[in-house]
Write a protein of this length. Sequence first.
Length: 317
Amino acid sequence: MNIPWQPDPAEVFVECAPRLAPPKATGALQVPAARCRGPGYARWRGWAQRVGDFLARHRRDVLALLALPLPSRRAQRHRDALVACEGMNSSFVQVAYPWLRPVNPPRCAEGLVAPDGALAGLVAATALTRGAFRTAAGRAPVDVFAVEPLPPVAERVTPAAGSEAQRWTNRLSLFAPRLHRIELLSDRTTSDRSGWHNASTARLMGQLLREARLIGEAFAFEANGPALWRAVARNFEKLLTAWWQQGALRGESPQQAFDVRCGPAVMNQSDLDNGRLVCRVAFWPALSIERLYVDLLLREAAGVGWRDVASLAEVNA
């Protein structure tokens, strides 16, 4: 029996289930997010600078992590957002930008969340697992798939050596898409000084000040003399040697990475007459191009202060 040959039927795609329309935004997701224009950014910048000035005077071991407000949809968003930080100059303030769009947004306007919380989480995770002196750049927040608004393309590519074209990554802690995920591209303070651009350097200084406070508490009631000077210097040398071994400081040896002096070499006659103890610590952070100096003054009630705040302007800037 001859069966006539028939060609195979063409392959076609058959849906096994009806297509589902994406869920419509309801409730808070329909509410427009608050946005800023030029005057609003100016007011925000003034308050942010006041926060930095307060920390510079009273809490040099603390960093403020702030979220830059969203730009107005009708404004030139990229220009306004960048100008908002142009006048700021503080190594105690980090500004995170842009806002984040999580996979499962909470009940918030447009489903957008401020980036300062994500920045704080990445910084904390980096400090706990790798050390406060490590940068948080390159880490990705969990369950975030987009940012609003999207930074310019020039900010999302690897800069050439010595390039200053990337203004956003030099002033902001910037989130942007890279390698199919949202990453923190830069971990920066708003300081204008090159030695304090990296937020990890500012965090390292904060850690030093907290450690100095603990050392001051241990020696608060000791007699001020050569024995105390040697003991304080040994404690700082032990601390900084541990940092150097972990890679926080540059140098082929501890002698090249830091210098600690405590005694008449760094104290004037007024300090000696009034029983004040001054310890000068100079160290070279691994991510900084400048050696940083700080004079620590042991005060009453185990407090640790600074001999001359004006002489430490680089800590402010």
